[in-house]
Write a protein that binds this ligand. Structure first.
Ligand code: NAD
Length: 580
């Protein structure tokens, strides 16, 4: 009898993935490579060589955890397509690198991709990064998207790509201050009984309803995506919502009559709702907008649902942009229509006037940008949106620092009012954080106090950073530098000088961005991050950084001829040899 042939199973060898440093964070549940879910790293345990590097790691996880952008699975954090890393492969490599870097090394990031680590020295920045920097003539969305498709570049917005994003609170104080200035300038100091109309409940825009309410006004916010309305309500930023135009108008009228502070979301497209309000002669007292108009491929055109827009964006991007530009024209025509009937209007940093102008509406610039109209005096003083987080994730650290602000800077009544309101109204997203517009002199004083408190063990290590919207860190001719006294709106030497100086100071990291806020070709800006770990060498670096950074802003404004800045230069003894 013939022996039966035995069937042998061929073993398929599954190649085991080599162990990687990031596995520690995967195991701890901070990152799930399958679902792409990310959770903040908290607690006292160090994963990196020291707190300087650990702070970078924790802030990267922070922006990706609190990320409320439209496409978190693709590392988008906010502001249309503002991303934190170029790809998941880049993200994982950044994390591996940070986990193994030495105390005297510096990581180099080019548009969200970790390209090198150099041995520098202990007092140097631990990371330098540059996002979407294109040479002038090529700084267009068209060229950017071509490069992006090839995987060569990443859009960093302002604080997404520089890992300085702290959630909606980051813009809340600025929005609160802007509406407070509107109230001061036009309505006797309060928005009580006033109707403020706007659109966009995205990562930044969702600060608007709360800021209007904190100024006692009646806010109506038009949003095309129901999910974004839901998130705003869940995050305590919006009170109520409706999908009925008539119901929304009724609620606004009633709240105005009762002088009740309330925020109402209306599901709809701004390019439809605003013209309809104008046709019906329902005129707001204040009107602005925070749809993602800086990027015509993000703004949802009238006539499309969010799903249809997503499909068309991929299928026929040219048609999409044409429809979006046409919708922005209608949107801005309505805003100017409101202005002609007595409303106060301002552009809120999204370039919608320029797009409407390019789409053929020649009166698009009939209303000003928010910085020129309301915030410039603060920038002249070297004041800007300074912010901090508790790196160990302890809300008590933030509460203690709130007390420090009230005690040390009590002379600034508006600041104290903000801290008290923020304590009551702001829900933390990710690591507990606070934003606070401190000025020249104040920032260095605060930095020293915080570092001392960390050294004494009163609080854990603290990360301090700021928005790119700041006194000396940005050139953006339709926003931060619109209408400069000497016409130097488009001179972008200043943000580059700011970044260079901050590197000399020894910030933990420095970032230079192109195209943030207003889109490709419209801005160059710089940001930084500084970890206050309680050491003596950090104190030295922080004192330099928190002096140079607002200092170059004061000098920039004095150089342009602003009197407040010239006075500060004299009073504080800043050496600026050409300022008279
Ligand atoms: P985002 O992409 O997170 O959100 C935009 C929101 O607008 C989304 O919810 C989207 O559904 C909605 N939307 C899009 N088209 C719409 C339409 N036609 N009608 C109604 N809703 C529409 O963006 P974001 O982070 O909230 O930023 C908004 C804009 O503000 C951007 O242009 C950004 O560059 C700018 N910005 C301003 C400042 C500032 O200081 N003022 C700071 C950062 C960003």
């Amino acid at each position: 009898m013939k022996a039966r042939k035995r069937k042998t199973k061929t073993k398929v060898k599954v190649k085991k993935r080599a162990k990687r440093p990031i596995d520690e964070l995967i195991k701890a549940g901070n990152y799930n490579p399958k679902t792409k879910e990310i959770h903040v790293i908290t607690g006292e345990k160090l994963h990196c060589a020291n707190w300087q590097i650990e702070g970078i790691l924790r802030m990267l996880f922070n922006v990706l955890d609190i990320n409320v952008g439209r496409d978190p699975k693709n590392l988008v954090v906010y502001g249309g397509f503002g991303k934190a890393a170029r790809s998941w492969e880049c993200f994982e490599t950044i994390v591996d690198t940070l986990l193994t870097m030495k105390e005297d090394e510096t990581l180099v990031i080019q548009s969200g991709k970790p390209v090198a680590v150099f041995r520098t020295h202990k007092l140097a920045p631990r990371m330098v990064m540059c996002n979407s920097m294109l040479v002038g003539k090529w700084a267009t969305w068209e060229h950017f998207w071509k490069l992006e498709k090839k995987g060569l570049i990443m859009y960093g917005q302002y604080t997404a790509g520089s890992w300085n994003y702290i959630g909606t609170q980051g813009i809340l104080q600025g929005t609160f201050e802007t509406f407070a200035s509107v109230a001061d300038k036009h309505f006797g100091g309060t928005l009580k009984g006033r109707f403020a109309l706007t659109a966009g409940l995205g990562a930044m825009g969702s600060a608007q309803p709360l800021a209007i309410k904190m100024n006692d006004g009646v806010g109506l916010v038009v949003e095309v995506d129901r999910e974004m309305i839901r998130r705003s309500i869940e995050n305590g930023l919006l009170d109520t919502w409706t999908d009925s135009f008539d119901k929304a108008v009724k609620m606004v009228r009633e709240a105005k009559r009762k002088r009740k502070a309330i925020s109402i979301g209306l599901l709809g497209n701004a390019a439809d709702v605003l013209p309809k309000l104008l046709r019906k002669n329902i005129i707001p007292d204040v009107v602005t907008d925070q749809t993602p108009a800086h990027d015509p491929s993000s703004y949802v055109p009238s006539g499309l649902t969010v799903k249809e827009a997503e499909k068309l964006r991929v299928k026929n991007p040219k048609k999409y942009v044409k429809m979006a530009m046409e919708s922005m024209r209608k949107h801005v025509e309505a805003i100017v229509g409101f202005v002609e009937k007595g409303a106060v209007a301002f552009e809120y940093g999204n370039n919608i006037r320029k797009n409407a102008y390019d789409a053929g509406f020649k009166k698009a610039f009939a209303f000003p940008g928010f910085i020129q109209a309301y915030l410039r005096p603060m920038l002249e003083e070297g004041r800007g949106p300074f912010r901090w987080t508790s790196l160990r994730g302890d809300p008590k650290d933030i509460a203690k620092l709130d007390d420090v602000i009230i005690k040390e800077f009590g002379y600034n009544k508006r600041l104290v009012r903000w801290i008290k309101k923020a304590r009551k109204n702001v829900k933390f997203q990710g690591l507990p954080a606070r934003v606070c517009w401190l000025g020249y002199g104040e920032r260095a004083r605060f930095g020293k106090i915080v570092n001392d408190m960390v050294a004494d063990g009163e609080i854990g290590p603290i990360w301090v950073g700021r928005d790119h919207l700041d006194t000396g860190s940005v050139a953006s001719p339709y926003r931060e530098t619109e209408g400069m006294k000497d016409g130097s709106d488009a001179v972008a030497d200043w943000p580059i000088l700011n970044a260079l100086l901050n590197a000399c100071a020894g910030a933990t990291w420095i970032a230079v961005h192109q195209g943030g806020g207003m889109g490709m070709g419209y801005s160059i800006s710089a940001g930084f991050g500084m970890v206050l770990d309680g050491t003596k060498e950090t104190e030295e670096k922080a004192l330099r950084l928190f002096t140079f950074d607002p200092g170059i802003g004061v000098v920039r404004h004095a150089d342009a001829g602003y009197a407040i800045s010239k006075r500060i230069i004299k009073e504080k003894g800043i050496k600026a040899p050409m300022v008279k």
